[in-house]
Design a protein around this ligand. Structure first.
Ligand code: BEZ
Ligand code: FE
Length: 296
């Protein structure tokens, strides 16, 4: 009688019962404790997965080919390995784990969301009240502003840096699109003495993640669409506070419930309200941010 419903698993497995232990025990004495723990667990899970699903050489080789294809497609503008992780929810899961571990005592701070593959480290430093939008004439301009506050004292936080980046109305980030000027739709703003920041951006629109590579092939094999709900990326940081990498999502977006990379959190859904008395924008987003101080 089989001791486990999964094929290839259990005491009477058809496969060598000592093989996985033998591989794990090959780890040498000079590895770090974290490496020993994580790799032993990974090897155990991957071997169990292969046995449970009776993975064949052809199936394994197809997966190796996908990984190699991802590597060959990746460069400083494209991170296909990260995309592959994103479509199986791994970046979002790791974000949740990291956030929960950091937030044991302060889970009402502004929530995090995945960084995604289109961040750049060289965002232009801009004055408050300026725009990040250049050469886009078919979008709705939004006036985004708010106050960064200390989670504990609720006092405004001066000199917090806010990195912002977003895709254009054609669904492309500037590094994907030769028709956009360098660093379009990106900026870095600093809060004033009242913790205030403000800038003009696009009301975001939904877009597909790149699907002409292995991540797209995987989506197709899984009968899934590549769309992300409309969002704006933010990183907020200030000495003495835990930095927050996040995204905010338009409450009216049809893909909120089925983001292709599973990044939406309820607390990050925001409303772009109609704006009447500002000639520079037709929408307004008021968005306050709560930063958790490091414990002293
Ligand atoms: C993004 O939000 O930019 C993104 C996240 C994951 C995969 C692709 C794009
Ligand atoms: Fe994005």
């Amino acid at each position: 009688m089989a001791s486990n419903n999964a094929p290839g698993v259990g005491q009477d497995s058809r496969f060598d019962p000592n093989f996985t232990r033998h591989v794990i025990e090959a780890t040498g004495p000079k590895t770090t404790p974290r490496m020993r723990k994580v790799m032993a667990s990974l090897i155990q899970h991957v071997h169990d997965f292969a046995r449970e699903n009776e993975i064949t050489i052809d199936e394994w080789m197809a997966a190796v080919d996908m990984m190699n294809w991802a590597g060959q497609m990746s460069n400083d503008k494209r991170n296909e390995g990260q995309l592959m992780c994103d479509v199986i929810g791994l970046e979002s899961l790791v974000d949740e784990i990291t956030f929960k571990m950091a937030a044991e005592t302060d889970d009402s701070a502004t929530a995090s969301a995945i960084l995604g593959p289109f961040f750049r480290h060289d965002h232009p430093i801009l004055e408050n009240e300026s725009t990040i939008v250049h050469g886009v004439d078919d979008g709705e301009i939004a006036y985004m502003h708010g106050i960064v506050r200390d989670l504990k004292t609720k006092k405004p936080v001066q000199d917090a840096w806010i990195d912002v980046w977003q895709a254009s109305t054609n669904g492309l980030y500037e590094q994907q699109d030769p028709d956009q000027v360098d660093l379009n739709l990106r900026g870095k703003f600093k809060t004033d003495q009242n913790g205030y920041y403000a800038f003009y951006c696009l009301r975001p629109t939904p877009y597909p993640i790149p699907y002409d590579g292995p991540a797209g092939k995987l989506l197709k094999l899984l009968d899934r669409h590549p769309y992300r709900p409309a969002h704006i990326h933010l990183i907020i940081q200030r000495d003495g506070y835990k930095p927050v990498t996040t995204q905010i999502f338009d409450s009216e977006d049809p893909y909120l419930g089925n983001d292709s990379v599973f990044a939406v959190k309820d607390s990050l859904v925001v409303e772009f309200k109609p704006l009447k008395d500002n000639p520079k924008a037709v929408r307004e987003l008021e968005y306050d941010i709560l930063l958790a101080p490091y414990e002293k």
